[in-house]
Ligand binder design. Sequence first.
Ligand SMILES: Cc1cc2nc3c(=O)[nH]c(=O)nc-3n(C[C@H](O)[C@H](O)[C@H](O)COP(=O)(O)OP(=O)(O)OC[C@H]3O[C@@H](n4cnc5c(N)ncnc54)[C@H](O)[C@@H]3O)c2cc1C
Length: 500
Amino acid sequence: MPLPYRIVIAGGGSAGWMAAAALVRQLRGTGTAITLVESEEIGTVGVGEATIPPIQAFNRLIGLDETEFVKATRGTFKLGIEFVNWWRQGHRYFHPFGRYGDDFGLVPFHQQWLAARAGGDDTPLAAYSLAHAAAASGRFAIPPAGGQSVFSTYGYAYHFDAGLYAAHLRKLAEGHGVTRLEGMIDHVARDPESGFVTALHLTDGRVVAGDLFLDCTGFRALLIGEVMQTPYLDWRHWLPCDRAVAVPCARVEPLTPFTRSTARDAGWQWRIPLQHRTGNGHVYCSGFMEDQAAEDALLAHLDGEPLGQPRRLRFVTGRREQAWRGNVVSIGLASGFLEPLESTSLHLIQSAVTKLIHLFPGRDFDPAVRDEYNRRMATEFERVRDFLILHYAQTERDDTPFWRHCAAIDQPDSLKHAIGLFRRTGRLFIRDEDIFHEPSWLAVLLGQGVVPLGRDHLADAVPAAERADILQAMRRVIARTADQMPPHGAVTDGPFGWQR
Ligand SMILES: Cc1cc2nc3c(=O)[nH]c(=O)nc-3n(C[C@H](O)[C@H](O)[C@H](O)COP(=O)(O)OP(=O)(O)OC[C@H]3O[C@@H](n4cnc5c(N)ncnc54)[C@H](O)[C@@H]3O)c2cc1C
């Protein structure tokens, strides 16, 4: 079915503006009209400050200049996440962005590491990660483009002010022709036969008609939930946290190039350094902790003076049974929520928007296209869900009722398979559409104390002495390269500094 047609986006948080910025660029020349309706009175969630490396691809897709974007959002760089007290009290590990070492032919690097361990070498895997080495010494450099050197072995993402990101995208999207309407959606009109949404009716009487509607109304899920009555799959039996309290505090030095996630008595606390402040939040389970106690625990563990009043949020972990129903595609919190333990929400928005572009519907809205979109989004949510459960379910903590509850969680079969495979054989269960690849699973499996009993014996084809030499050379290059990088603060306050 031919374009052009009218796209209406309900909601202007990160989801609405990310969708608008990408669609207006990808659909240019088709004559498609894009209108976004948002209400300042309702506002946005406003948290969501940590990201993962694929956001670079999204920013390129929508034509963002990296320096301008980092400045505008008071951004910093992120090389991974440090997990504190997750496996055991006092234990910490790092989930780095990028590779560990270098594969020996078709045998994955970590199999060589396991072979070396079997021979008595107790060097931690982290010694082979440049992202980890740089993060541990507070250093960061943008890797040179297209490099084949050791610099190409790490990835990076950003921490930024989510409100400023949405504002930056709005400027970009409006500049390319997106029409923004300030107003409150009062009710929604549907075609009596097809059930398709035909128009949004605003409280001031304006009517916004369209062909394709994106529900980006956040937890309200006005179109996909209230109007289309799409059921929500509740995953709290796997991921029991259901509340958060957030507050920024004054920036402290040094500016760390990573997110920190510290397990607490009934949940965990995030720490996200920005140029102008540090973002903090405590995610917890209301069944095991009162709201006031959670807020007190957060305030007791800030690095600097709190800036403003703590903000309380409630959520239900899970996803819509169908992200796309009729002519409504839900994106962002309207389509589901997974706690920000691995900073995946903005990525799931990016992924939804790019999948929508790949599977862009004609006016006939062929159900096969919709089903394929829903299948891909469901798989993606489920794999992130499993990755998050891994952090909780593999804990050895038994010091609070919450952690005892987590240790007893009956894991999804897909996660049981991934853990069992790794524990028995040292092999990783990865699917093509996974957001997190081998190094990420490796970092968290090992970090949560899952130690392989077996390994790939093809690694034994390399003589032990030769392997030891190669491993030592890799460690040296990584340590030396990290040492040559500038301090993270010099990069963010230098060329990327918002006050420059
Ligand atoms: C505690 C917490 C921490 C998080 N941390 C991270 C993180 O570190 N990294 C990450 O990637 N993500 C994180 N997220 C998720 C991230 O904040 C959201 O995914 C992201 O902001 C997208 O939100 P949204 O645009 O879907 O919804 P919202 O920000 O809620 O926006 C909804 C929009 O809909 C509009 N709207 C609603 N109803 C109406 C109406 N009737 N009429 C008109 N307009 C309406 C609102 O005005 C608003 O513009 C976190 C979320 C929470 C809850």
